[in-house]
Ligand binder design. Sequence first.
Ligand code: NAD
Length: 488
Amino acid sequence: ATERRSLIMLFGATGDLATRKLYPAMLKLYEKGNIRDHFAVIGSSRYKFDDAKFREMVMKSVDKESSNKKLIADFASHFYFVTHDVTDLAHYAVLKDKAAELDKKYKLGGNRVFYISMAPNFFGTVAKNLKNQNLLSTNGFNRLVIEKPFGRDFESAKALNDELSNAFEENQIFRIDHYLGKEMIQNIEAIRFGNTIFEALWNNRYIDNIQVTLAENLGVEERAGYYDNSGALRDMVQNHIMQIVSLLAMEQPVAFKDTDIRAEKVKALRSLRVYNVAEASTNFVRGQYGSVGNTKDYRHEDGVPEDSNTETFVAGKLLFDNYRWSGTPFYIRTGKKLADKFTRVDVVFKKPLVDIFAFPQNGNAPLNANVLTIFIEPNQGFSLVVNAKNSEQGFHTEPVNLQFIEDSKRTKSTPQPYERLIHDVLKGDGTNFASWPEVANAWKFVDQIRRVWDIQQPMFPNYIPGSMGPVSADELLARDHREWVYKL
Ligand code: NAD
């Protein structure tokens, strides 16, 4: 493995994300040698930790990842702690000195990654202070990693972005969307652009519709406070679903590199039809889960107001006004307390224009549509439904499923999203991060839906836990004489 040289300055180093995801991901990179001798982490938060206490916490958080105690101890020896309140300017001087000291000690070449793993209201403050208090290096790279959510509508996202842009260039900003770190999301490009049989048909002449489903079977759990302020549209659609849709809809990038891929994703998102009030209310439906047996409905979860109108389910129809997709809708849906936990994409091809087998005298059932399903999680793989003759007497066709599911041993060893994404940051590869124009266009689309919902009173709760959402989500497709490929 190529060793990447850098200081990682982590804000919010004692938080949930850092301990649950970031340290385990860094350990994997360390184990593989992607980071090794020339790497150091300065963790900071308001905790009164010293280095020893911090290292103990880091070691504990990676304990399950490896049985190699020596590896873990060596890894942890690269971690340093600075007690730091991000709003207190005096504290930045301490960070600055520590960074200089570690740069020398580990020969980091002036490379710096600033990772803000804190509540979003601090993103702008930290970025500004990093610049004003001269923490940016002058002889290596400076990269800023920002967690989600990136704003709560276009206006607030723009304000945040303006703050970040005062201190960092767009190509130095890495906005995390952990779905982009998932193996099968990255595989969308391989399937599309690596196969003549798909890409040649990847348009409105041959594809009837595309369906994207991100289903969760859990409810809000402990995140109720955050979730109730956000809802499924902001929490899942604006970021993850829009990113997946743009990868499915974009034109072929000139080359397989971040700037080219981003350019195509932005173009796709710009041709997404932004709905007016009437279109938004017919093309999007929302839901909130009720209760079954003695489970709690959403409004009785801890931390949720009893009159909450926050949606825990969204389904919608997206239309692209461009030559490739005009007339071929993308249906999306996501929600909590659904039948199962999975993410999948179903590409439904048009049926043959003439069905020569369907003459009444043949008594053959109508042909099925070819469906390419991309399984993103928990299984990784894809399947393709084709029509074939069955082996019985006479002539009858039946759908046959060609399927490839990645072996579970291999999926276990595929890097987790945060491992991939941190590695990408260290390489300076922005492919799997959301660029500002993508984020901006996604918000503009989503804001129109929100605007309509904010003035209409929903009839909540409207779906049963363990279902696939409210009836209106099925009606959305039935109206177009279609149905969800995945149904109960
Ligand atoms: P958290 O509340 O667990 O951690 C926040 C950290 O910031 C803590 O270390 C805390 O001590 C520190 N902090 C708070 N105020 C501070 C201040 N004034 N000065 C210095 N340090 C301060 O939050 P989290 O769950 O780790 O989330 C971090 C970010 O990651 C958020 O943007 C969140 O939306 C995002 N995120 C989290 C998860 C997750 O699974 N936890 C998943 C996706 C995205």
